[in-house]
Design a protein around this ligand. Structure first.
Ligand SMILES: C[S@@+](CC[C@H](N)C(=O)[O-])C[C@H]1O[C@@H](n2cnc3c(N)ncnc32)[C@H](O)[C@@H]1O
Length: 248
């Protein structure tokens, strides 16, 4: 999978993408990430890519010519047509569902806005606007890093354990069960016995139940769409009753 991220701050992205799991996947050639400096496409003597907004108002706006040139130039270097994404607070909010959809694609050009945003005429060259959430950041670099990270970890070979991401929060619409590591006992609190039993079926059963309870406790809204057996629904209802009794 390949990501070309168009940015005014390539160093900011290189720092993030050279570390840890994503850095290793890059080195192994499992994923390709290119942080492309938009200033390289400026025809201005001072490499400017922004200008004052028509109609007045505060801040600067990223200009159409260098940005569109960058998108079209990078597009030509992909074997198959990449998806052109603009990171924007106006976009579809990123979710695991969207990440899973995007994981089917092979290539992305990701545009990071800055200042007050981008000239509207660039939008004709964008396939999808994606938001990191309903708040405004100074630039699209952090949201782009989130997008690249979340999509990359679905690529075979990026995570050490194959399919490792499938049991994690949100993948199947639920939150993940609680995790424990050594020591077995800490400050009088023991790791649940079932996890020490080595009985895989019971561990799976416990994890599924805990995953449902964790979701009921922290993100009850997610349960509306979750697939549950009749028995699981009963258990969740009983758990919620216990929770509300405790909170009174
Ligand atoms: C200060 S913002 C511009 C906000 C714009 N004036 C508006 O009100 O919609 C600058 C850039 O940061 C990025 N950005 C800001 N918030 C974001 C968010 N929630 N998700 C994705 N990108 C965001 C976008 O690329 C945007 O062009």
């Amino acid at each position: 999978m390949r990501f070309d991220v168009l940015t005014l701050f390539p160093d900011m992205l290189e720092t993030v993408f050279n570390e840890s799991i994503i850095g290793r996947a890059r080195k192994k050639g499992i994923i390709e990430i290119n942080a492309v400096n938009l200033r390289d496409y400026s025809k201005d003597r001072h490499k400017r890519v922004d200008d004052y907004p028509y109609g007045g108002g505060c801040g600067m706006v990223m200009m159409a010519p260098p940005v569109i040139d960058a998108i079209e130039d990078r597009k030509r270097s992909f074997e198959n047509e990449p998806l052109v994404v603009y990171m924007s607070p106006k976009g579809r909010v990123l979710s695991q569902e969207l990440v899973n959809e995007l994981s089917e694609r092979e290539g992305f050009i990701i545009l990071c806005g800055h200042y007050e945003g981008i000239d509207e005429r660039i939008m004709e060259h964008i396939d999808l606007e994606i938001s990191a959430g309903d708040y405004v950041l100074t630039g699209g670099e952090l949201p782009a890093a989130i997008l690249v990270d979340s999509v990359s970890r679905t690529v075979k070979g990026v995570l050490a354990e194959e399919e490792g991401f499938k049991g994690e929060s949100h993948y199947n619409g639920l939150l993940e069960y609680p995790q424990y590591t050594r020591p077995e006992e800490y400050n009088g609190k023991r790791v649940p016995e079932v996890l020490l039993s080595g009985h895989h079926k019971n561990i799976e059963k416990w994890r599924r139940e805990m995953s449902l309870f964790e979701t009921a406790k922290k993100r009850p809204d997610l349960l509306k769409k979750a697939e549950m057996t009749a028995d699981e629904k009963k258990k969740v209802t009983a758990f919620k009753r216990r929770l509300s009794r405790k909170s009174k």
